[in-house]
Design a binder for this molecule. Structure first.
Ligand code: G3P
Length: 219
């Protein structure tokens, strides 16, 4: 399972990269705005900075909504760095754009996916990744994890190569449940990854080992 971090915050990306378990980064226009990164040139520079920190795929989202514009914008984003994956929304022109990028060996991440049908279309178009938003489904009393299960079944039935990127992961249990179901990738905040570390018995056990060592080695 690949771990991506879902942020445009460079300090958090560095921290996850330093942990040695990071496989990539996802961003979106809201995450860029949250970091105060505005304007086309600044946004492009920020993507480059992210690519320099992380060894892996970095999703950069198009803000165009028509086929021609998405192709132009996506090509420019892909040229920024070899690690860039063009993130395209699940709309009709987006599906056409994904097919174009796939035919031209540009990696894509189909975003804003909320149904199995949308995920099937993304795979048919040749998306590298499909991003079902599990947290936002949970927010409206719909089981986000069931969607991951449905997509896993459909992709396995036909051997689609599109990777299931569980997105809108909000907490550590989402990460564990996605791993049980067999999501290929999860993207979430640093806290969802760091939560995996925690167990009180680990802390109690370590404290006792260190205390016993100290006792045994006192002169
Ligand atoms: O990767 C998609 C993600 O950024 C959406 O997360 O928490 O805004 O629903 P959230």
């Amino acid at each position: 399972m690949k771990f991506f971090i879902d942020t445009a915050n460079l300090d958090q990306i560095k921290e996850a990269q330093d942990l040695g378990i990071l496989d990539g980064v996802t961003t979106n226009p809201s995450l860029m705005a949250k970091e105060g990164i505005t304007g086309e040139e600044n946004i492009k520079k920020h993507y480059q900075k992210i690519c320099e920190i992380v060894d892996g795929d970095v999703s950069a989202e198009v803000i165009s909504t028509t086929y021609q514009e998405m192709i132009k914008e996506g090509k420019a984003l892909a040229k920024l760095h070899e690690q860039i994956v063009v993130k395209v929304p699940m709309i009709k022109d987006g599906v056409k754009a994904i097919k174009y990028f796939s035919d031209n060996r540009i990696k894509t991440n189909c975003t804003l996916v909320f149904s199995a049908g949308q995920a099937l279309l993304a795979a048919k178009a040749g998306a590298t990744y499909v991003s079902p938003f599990i947290g936002r489904l949970d927010d409206i009393s719909t089981d986000g994890l069931s969607l991951i299960q449905e997509i896993r079944l459909i992709y396995d039935n036909y051997g689609f190569a599109t990777q299931i990127l569980a997105a809108s992961v909000r907490h550590t249990m989402h990460v564990i449940d996605c791993a049980k179901i067999g999501a290929d990738v999860m993207t979430g905040p640093l806290s969802s990854i760091e939560g995996l570390l925690k167990h009180p018995l680990t802390d109690i056990g370590l404290e006792k080992f260190l205390a016993d060592f100290k006792k045994g080695n006192q002169k």
